[in-house]
Every structure is written in C-alpha cells, then in structure tokens.
Ligand binder design. Structure first.
Ligand code: XMP
Length: 320
C-alpha cells in the first residue's frame, strides 16, 4: 500500500531532500540510468536524480518513433540548458516491429513495455554496468493498473512483477506517492522551467496510445500531424490535457467531387485536477471549426473530425 502525499500536504523542499537521500542510499557509489521522455513526471525525476547522483546518473531519451513533432530535439535542448546531458538512443525500428500487427490496446501497451524495459533498457543497463533505473511513475499510474482499467506501461511491483527478475535491474520511483498536481509543485521547487512542469501530461506509450488499431509508421505520421495542430490550437485554453486520436474505422467522405473512404480524427480536451476524473472542456464552437478545417487540410486522407463530449468515467483520458 502506497501512502499518498497530497498537493496540500506536500512540503516540496523536504520531499526533494528525502528523495535525494533515498536515491543516494540505494545507489551508493554505483551508477544509475534514468528514462527521460520530457513529460512532467520524468523531467522532475531527472532533476531529483541529478541532484542525488550528479554525473553518476546517465539520462537517456529513447527515440521510439512514437513521440511528437520535434520532441527529441526539444527535450535534449531544455535539459542541456539546465546542465543535464541527455543521451538519445534510437530504437524506432524495435518499437515499430514490436507493434506490427497488434490491435488490442493492452497488447499494444505490453509491446511498448517489453520493448522499453526488456530490450532497450535491458541492453543499456548491461552495457553501462548500472543496477538501477530511475523513473517517474506516479500514484495515478499505479491506481489504474491495479484496478485493471489500463495497464500503465511503467507499473510492475504492484502487479507482482519483480523488475530485477524480469529485466535484470531495480526500478526507483521517487514520485510514486504523488499525483500530477503535487508533481508540478515539486517541479517548481526544483527550478525547472515552467515549460517543463506546466506542460500537459503525455502518456508513456506516447502516440501509440492515440492510434486505435494497428500502429504503423504511416498511421503514426497522421496522428503526429494532427497532434501538432491540436496542441497548437488548444495551448491557450488552460485545459488539463488535449489530444488527437486516429480511429481505426473509415467512413465515407468526398473529396474533389469523388467518394473518399477516409480516416477519422477524434479530438479530446479535458478539464481535470489529477486525471482521476475529467470532463470535456466546453470549447467554443468557432475554435472547434477552425481545428477541424486545419486537420482536414493538413492530415492526408482524413474526412471526419469529431469532438468527444464523454466524461471520465466512463471514458478514460487516452483512447488506448
Ligand atoms: P487514462 O487514459 O487512464 O489516463 O484516463 C490518466 C492519465 O495518465 C496518462 N497515461 C499514462 N501515463 N504511462 C503514463 O506515464 C501510461 O502508460 C499512461 N497511460 C495514460 C494519461 O495521459 C492521463 O494524463
């Protein structure tokens, strides 16, 4: 049972000092590696780990081919400016081949998990001689996995999986007592730029969580383009999270006077405090119309754009 530290209870400086001490205690004189995706949680863990271990922490950004436009360069650039070197490991081929042919959401999540932890980090840990992986699991990830709602890609112990046996290393999770609102307070206290901890959440399985049905390079390119359009258009709304989802079903449309059996993009935009419950943002219709026009113009093969108005529950924030 994990004891939650709520945003109201959190004393960020004390929390950071405790986590730094725990990481130093666990890793001793050894080295650790740390998985940075550039999301809120992994960015905060990277800074705590860096405080604890300095150059004995190797921070890795895995280019899995599932990230958003320009994301690898942007993440490396932000951390470089904070004095944290980030190594980029290109594993695009491994992820795409693991996802080929899979359509079931939990199987897709499992494929991302196994590729990330067993193949890519298994190799990196062996090569580096490190025994620990630091990562940004938060309490909401654990809750939903344990409840059997969604297998979050980064939860093991609570499912009875020992990472040491399964992957050959231990996993340290400094943020596991916190939810997103508390993580942001820690990010602020660590001196992270607002752009890092105030950004919207992005899931571990990345754009694979936004493609319903098979994840292929071509389908990823469509959802990546639509994601860039949605994020640009909705960044000023103050919403908790917003996204584009590529559907599997095609629908009849028309283009240049001819039938076009085309693709569908669903837009979701959520109001939420901590992702446990969420409601769709009441976006102005004009904004939705502009968004639809941009997507229909710039994402090849799309003939339908919808806006989800279902709350969580029974929806979940991500579609996969
Ligand atoms: P759901 O879709 O379960 O999402 O309502 C709740 C929050 O968690 C994010 N999410 C993930 N985060 N690994 C993560 O680190 C994951 O596998 C994952 N799946 C969903 C989601 O974006 C939302 O903020």
């Amino acid at each position: 049972m994990i004891t939650e530290i709520t945003a109201a209870q959190l004393e960020p400086e004390r929390f950071i000092a405790d986590q730094v001490a725990q990481i130093r205690g666990a890793v001793g004189e050894g080295i650790a590696i740390n998985a940075l995706s550039g999301g809120v949680d992994s960015s905060v863990v990277t800074m705590i780990g860096h405080r604890a271990l300095g150059p004995r922490l190797r921070t890795i950004f895995v280019e899995n081919g599932l990230m958003r436009e320009g994301e690898p360069d942007a993440v490396v650039g932000v951390f470089k400016s904070l004095g944290v070197p980030v190594e980029v490991v290109d594993a695009r081929g491994e992820f795409l081949s693991a996802l080929a042919g899979l359509t079931d959401p939990e199987q897709k999540r499992e494929a991302v998990t196994q590729t990330f932890y067993k193949r890519v980090f298994g190799r990196l840990v062996r090569e580096s001689g490190s025994k620990f992986l630091l990562q940004g699991t938060i309490l909401t990830d654990v809750d939903e996995t344990v409840a059997g709602i969604k297998r979050q890609h980064n939860v093991f112990a609570q499912l009875g999986i020992d990472p040491q046996d399964a992957f050959g290393y231990r996993i340290l999770e400094p943020l596991v007592q916190l939810r997103k609102d508390a993580v942001r307070l820690v990010g602020r206290a660590l001196g992270l730029p607002e752009s890092t901890f105030a950004r919207i959440p992005f899931p571990g399985p990345a754009l694979a969580a936004r493609v319903i049905g098979e994840v292929t390079a071509e389908r990823l390119a469509s959802v990546r383009r639509a994601t860039a359009i949605v994020e640009r258009a909705l960044s000023g709304t103050g919403a908790f999270q917003y996204m584009a989802i590529l559907h599997e079903d095609r629908v009849t449309g028309m283009r240049d006077g001819r039938r076009d059996f085309g693709q569908q993009i669903e837009i979701r935009c959520w109001d939420s405090i901590d992702a446990r419950v969420a409601t769709p943002t009441r976006l102005p219709f004009d904004l939705l119309e502009t968004l639809a026009a941009d997507i229909l113009r710039d994402v090849p093969g799309v003939v339908s754009v919808t806006y989800s108005i279902a709350p969580k529950p029974p929806s979940t924030i991500e579609a996969v």
